[in-house]
Design a protein around this ligand. Structure first.
Ligand SMILES: Nc1ncnc2c1ncn2[C@@H]1O[C@H](COP(=O)(O)OP(=O)(O)OP(=O)(O)O)[C@@H](O)[C@H]1O
Ligand SMILES: [Mg+2]
Length: 233
């Protein structure tokens, strides 16, 4: 049964070397997200949005700090446990990362192939491609799809395993406004379902950010504004 993850990030930092100096891509970040909430991460290019999502998805390793997902610290997890954790997360990458030799349908199915699941995989994959408006393109290769269509396949792929956490990096970034609207509706619709994933979305788009419960604004890897915190404080 799918459920929604809780997230508790404490004093999270990540630096990247840049010549003689180091760039703080995440600078002492502390963020708590309740299960089922939808959080927008905004900020200028280079402010650390992708880095934050990569750290939460355990794609990148932090220098320091902790990330508790459902109470379990993923920064100190063993490799075998980490693999299981990654499977419970849906990730939409900023640059889609579709497998070029696989059809749209097979790309959506790819995360499930080595695993037993308690639902009909192909039916679920088709249903998700239908939902993102690609019902007629099951057998198209990524190279035959536009950037926005590839983005939509990537969103379907992120959702196919019924993740407890959905991390989406610019999910509407390459879409025309009408398709962007469709994706936004899809994400909002998703929230009405029981056990909908907790969502963190990196976005430049106000329309998408406004649909979230909360907006975290980053600059140089630091939180400069957090609407949820503002409301509380
Ligand atoms: N692998 C890497 N090696 C070196 N520096 C990196 C690496 N990844 C990110 N950075 C640096 O970390 C900072 C934050 O990058 P990040 O990609 O998280 O920003 P972003 O907010 O997602 O930007 P954009 O809106 O352009 O996607 C930037 O200064 C970037 O150059
Ligand atoms: Mg980015």
């Amino acid at each position: 049964m799918p459920h929604s993850a809780s997230i508790e990030i404490s004093q999270l930092s990540k630096h990247f070397p840049a010549g003689p100096t180091r760039i703080p891509a995440a600078d002492n970040l502390s963020i708590t997200c309740d299960p089922g909430t939808m959080t927008a991460v905004t900020g200028p290019s280079g402010s650390g949005k992708s880095t934050l999502l990569h750290l939460i998805g355990a794609i990148e390793q932090a220098d320091s700090g902790t990330i508790l997902v459902d109470g379990e610290d993923i920064t100190s997890m063993r490799r075998s446990r980490l693999e299981a954790f990654r499977r419970s997360v849906g990730f939409v990458f900023q640059r889609y990362h579709l497998l070029p030799a696989l059809t749209a349908l097979d790309n959506v199915l790819a995360p499930l192939i080595p695993h037993r699941v308690a639902f009909d995989k192909v039916a679920r994959a088709r249903e998700l491609l239908d939902a993102v408006g690609l019902g007629g393109r099951y057998n198209a290769l990524p190279g035959e799809l536009s950037g926005g269509q590839q983005q939509r396949v990537a969103i379907a792929r992120a959702l196919v395993g019924r993740p407890r956490l959905l991390l989406a990096d610019e999910p509407t970034g390459n879409l025309d406004s009408r398709t962007g609207e469709t994706i936004l509706d899809l994400l909002i619709q998703l929230r009405t379902e029981q056990g909908a994933p907790t969502m963190l979305l990196a976005t430049h788009e106000l329309r998408l950010a406004d649909a979230c419960d909360r907006i975290i604004h980053l600059t140089d890897g630091r939180i400069v504004e957090d609407t949820a915190a503002t409301r509380v404080g």
